[in-house]
Design a protein around this ligand. Structure first.
Ligand SMILES: Cc1cc2nc3c(=O)[nH]c(=O)nc-3n(C[C@H](O)[C@H](O)[C@H](O)COP(=O)(O)OP(=O)(O)OC[C@H]3O[C@@H](n4cnc5c(N)ncnc54)[C@H](O)[C@@H]3O)c2cc1C
Length: 420
């Protein structure tokens, strides 16, 4: 079959991947590439240096419908599929990570979660303005004392009549100091918290404007300096019971579902870093000369470029496979984790190699590659650290962990299915 390859995956399935992008995919890729080149590339060195966050970029991303790219049209989105979301993330992070982080938390972790778990009223009230880019949203799981160990968190919610009273502190939250809407994960069952039983956790929608909300920005970060990362605190914040997402006790499951969407965007974005590292290295190697020849002619420089190329292609295929599984409503936790783990680790390797190809120049911010290295490190930490993904992959391979079926499908999955 022209344009199709058969890829055996895991032990029990054969997967067909259509490599040909649709005309919509190609047009979207072109639009995002042009946008990032025009609106961000010329300024990013300065924004990164000054640690400046530029909300007008997000406004433009909203105008292009990127913030709701795979949210159905009926909820204010562009109605595209998961491959489109991946393409957007790869293109954006090839220029700078801060834009892809917005896609990860606003679109992946928050909006797609609301789409799958929210009530109709929640979707109308929160998802529609988020998908249109009128409101900015994020995801608050991590706390000062608990990151990987989600059940070690301490935030709480107590039911009081028709309201819940929320308390807690969230740390290392992307967009914490600028977002309008937050998904807040906390304990609604103190007994279960003590027993570390995650069925005592719940998820709520919180608005910045609610009384008792406060936030701040974390300064002095290694990378993603043009982005906003911070903390927020809730002190006796009263939210209507209608802001509970899912049922009481479903918070952990919702948090994990959200991470499956976020990890996918991280995988595709990290793939963009590998591509950018390769492209910068190729361009430099073709003009820099040592020992009377272009450095591109030295075998060890070629080796680095060859590794970046293979890492790029492998990472691209891995996120594409995860996107295909998402599009077709199939279980994808294992594939998404693998894509995220491999792309992020390979992006660090590629950015580091790119610095070496540039020699001392790579060590200066006159060239973008040092920024790539500083930016990509965080993705090895968030949405499951390298260690956590390594352990999960081993457990899946060893049969100690089983793949859960995809819980709720999005309409684009059906659209993708019917096109075949
Ligand atoms: C730039 C940035 C943006 C972020 N944005 C968000 C956001 O928007 N929302 C949000 O909720 N969080 C966010 N985070 C937080 C991120 O998800 C956490 O930092 C991450 O989950 C790791 O948690 P931790 O930092 O507490 O590290 P820890 O969990 O304390 O881990 C420390 C080290 O121990 C290792 N480790 C821990 N447990 C195990 C284990 N069982 N086995 C083996 N090794 C283990 C880890 O791999 C790591 O190397 C962000 C972080 C960064 C850096």
């Amino acid at each position: 079959m022209a344009g199709q390859f058969v890829i055996p995956i895991f032990e029990e399935r054969i997967l067909m991947i259509e490599f040909e992008l649709t005309e919509d995919h190609k047009a979207l890729t072109q639009t995002v590439r042009e946008f990032a080149q025009k609106e961000v590339a010329p300024f990013i060195k300065e924004w990164d240096e000054k640690q400046e966050f530029h909300p007008e970029v997000l406004k433009k991303m909203g105008d292009l419908n990127l913030l709701g790219v795979c949210v159905p049209e009926e909820y204010g989105g562009a109605g595209f599929d998961y491959i489109s979301l991946g393409l957007v993330c790869e293109e954006l992070e090839a220029v700078d990570t801060f834009m892809r982080v917005v896609m990860s938390v606003h679109t992946g972790l928050n909006s797609l979660t609301l789409y799958s778990w929210g009530t109709e009223d929640q979707k109308r009230k929160y998802l529609v303005p988020q998908a249109k880019g009128e409101k900015l949203a994020t995801y608050g799981l991590t706390e000062p004392g608990a990151g990987s160990d989600v059940v070690g968190s301490r935030s709480t919610a107590r039911r009081d009549g028709d309201e819940y009273v929320l308390n807690g502190e969230k740390m290392w939250i992307s967009l914490a100091d600028v977002a309008d809407n937050f998904l807040f994960f906390c304990w609604t069952d103190e007994e279960k918290r003590r027993k570390r039983d995650h069925s005592g956790m719940s998820c709520f929608i919180v608005e910045r404007s609610m009384k008792g909300f406060s936030s701040g920005t974390i300064h002095g970060k290694l990378g993603i300096r043009a982005g906003n990362t911070g903390y927020f605190s809730l002190q006796d914040v009263r939210v209507p019971k209608e802001n509970l997402v899912g049922e009481e006790g479903e918070g952990f499951k919702i948090a994990m579902f959200a991470l499956e969407q976020g990890r996918y965007t991280v995988a595709a974005g990290a793939t963009g870093v590998i591509r950018a590292s390769r492209d910068a290295s190729v361009s430099y190697a073709l003009q820099r000369e040592t020992f009377g020849t272009k450095i591109a002619n030295h075998q060890l420089v070629k080796q680095k470029i060859a590794e970046m190329e293979s890492d790029y292609q492998m990472s691209h295929l891995l996120w594409l496979r995860a996107g295909y599984l998402k599009n077709t409503g199939q279980a994808n936790g294992r594939a998404t984790s693998l894509a995220k783990w491999q792309a992020t680790v390979r992006s660090e390797k590629a950015a580091s190699m790119a610095i070496e190809v540039h020699g001392a120049n790579g060590y200066s911010n006159d060239y973008p590659v040092e920024r790539y290295l500083r930016n990509c490190k965080a993705a090895i930490i968030y949405e499951g650290t390298r260690d956590i993904h390594t352990l999960m992959q081993a457990d899946w391979a060893l049969g100690l962990k089983t793949e859960k079926p995809a819980r709720k499908s999005l309409p684009p999955w059906k659209a993708a299915e019917s096109e075949r």
